[in-house]
Design a binder for this molecule. Structure first.
Ligand code: AR6
Length: 171
């Protein structure tokens, strides 16, 4: 599997699936979540509501992932995952790793070969970006998957640099 880095907007990526840094309600929010729902249009939210009514009445648990249509985005699917809120007193890195593993597992179920990830948990959820980058790159590297390209799409230069360093450090 190839890991690539792009600085830019995940909603513009021409990939099979884009990962959304959602919250457990699946009903939208700010950051990447807001951008995906805005650019993808109402069919994504309609799918999310169906998932809430059927598989996840209590919401999508942290660390898990589930797919919907991508609506009007160039991608075919959105894979929604819920990152952990950063805690300085509790190590939640396993949950952040799980978001990446589970998203790739769902991608395999869909038959997606190219998947774009944002920097999950590093915005509203407060995770220090260097640490999140290390966890994300390691989790993706260690996952056995048929996905051929994982593209990390970083919105700002600081995140782009952090993910670049994590990738080089992983060798
Ligand atoms: N493309 C790529 N990256 C983006 C984009 C974009 N269009 N927009 C923002 N980012 P966040 P979280 C970056 O807050 O920390 C939402 O309200 C952003 O700069 O989107 O997992 C959800 O509903 C940051 O580096 O996700 C949840 O309630 C990264 O994406 C909560 O925020 C993640 O920031 C999830 O928080």
């Amino acid at each position: 599997m190839r890991i690539t880095l792009v600085q830019g907007d995940i909603t513009e990526q021409d990939v099979d699936a884009v990962v959304n840094a959602a919250n457990s309600s699946l009903l939208g929010g700010g950051g990447v979540d807001g951008a995906i729902h805005r650019r993808g249009g109402p069919t994504i939210l309609a799918d999310c509501r169906r998932l809430r009514a059927t598989r996840f009445p209590k919401g999508l648990p942290t660390g898990q992932a589930v797919a919907t249509t991508a609506g009007e985005l160039p991608a075919l699917w959105v894979i929604h995952t819920v990152g952990p809120v950063y805690s300085p007193s509790e190590d939640r890195s396993e949950l952040l790793a799980s978001c990446h593993r589970e998203s790739l597992r769902v991608a395999d179920e869909l038959g997606a070969r190219t998947v774009a990830f944002p920097a999950v948990s590093t915005g509203a959820y407060g995770w220090p970006v260097k640490d999140a980058a290390r966890i994300a790159v390691r989790a993706v590297r260690k996952t056995d998957t048929r996905v051929a390209e994982v593209r990390f799409v970083l919105f700002d230069e600081r995140a782009f640099t952090a993910y670049g360093e994590a990738l080089r450090a992983a060798g």
